[in-house]
Design a protein around this ligand. Sequence first.
Ligand code: PLP
Length: 354
Amino acid sequence: MDAMRHIGNPSSVHAEGRAERGVVETARRSIADLAGCPPGAVVFTSGATEANAWVLRARRGMVFASEIEHPSVLENAGNFHTIPVDPNGVVDLGYLAHALERARTTGSDGTADQPLTVTLMAANNETGVMQPVQAAADLCQKHGAWLHVDGVQAAGKYPLEDICASADSLALSGHKIGGPTGVGALILREGRSLTPLIAGGGQEQRRRAGTENVPGIAGFGAAARAAKDEIPLWSGIRDRRDHLEAEMSRLIPDVKIFGVDVDRLPNTTCAAVAGISAELLLMRLDLAGIAISAGSACSSGKVTISPVLNAMGVESALAQGAIRISQGLYTTNAELERFLISWEATVKRKSVSS
Ligand code: PLP
């Protein structure tokens, strides 16, 4: 709010401009502190979509992407090679190892020595399932591949230092850690460079042109400071999530909760009941003042099956009912109880009527 009260361009040399520069650099240090990297590694962008697009459009050669990546990765990765996932939604590292070995020795079209890029999310946005980034980094190092990590969902809930130390680039988003929308960052490891996606000015050390979004950046920095302090609190949310899932299974024994056997973000539950559409649940719960989201993407009024659940081999009848329940640090037991009552009533009413 304070940043919005001031005007000035961080590139101007007058006092107002220097004050704005100070705001941007303070935020940069806060984000570097959250990520565990030097401030000079942080390049501000309009969000994680731009950060992902930048890396994938700037890299040439062969790209390997898991099937469960965010559309901002998949739709910017060109003709990528798909890394499959197992039924829990964890990428198949054996497959990746084999594919990298083959690419390095033969190249996809017989030309070895072309640049290799692997793009992998730290945690999935629909299921919360954590991905083996560290092991993927070891493989990338062995085969000389660039590792890009989409750290959007893990940021603020998981320490990022180890990822930052081993990935070549890392995408972050302001609004996923409690900051404003429309701002994010690409963290570029020391010594790594990319042709700018947006050229035209000397901002961000000539890496991303355009006058900086100072209020957005200030908000992102403030959120990063708060998020860093709150990381230890998230492990407590895991017990509450497990309790919620146990209650859902008690009330509706047929419920399927995805990714239960593997490490997940502490606050995310992705669940479905066959025959109960996500759309119906979303609408009924919204009327009850409860905001959840669907595992399936809704575009032009048509609900499509989530590609993430599809990649995990979930049957489409079940995937159509997938909802995502995300808890905040300050979600209360009373709110969870209210969710359980509305969810159970909707599922049971629909089961009786059909
Ligand atoms: N990557 C993941 C995993 C996401 O969940 C999102 C947003 O939903 C993005 C990238 C895109 O981030 P932004 O909204 O900052 O462009």
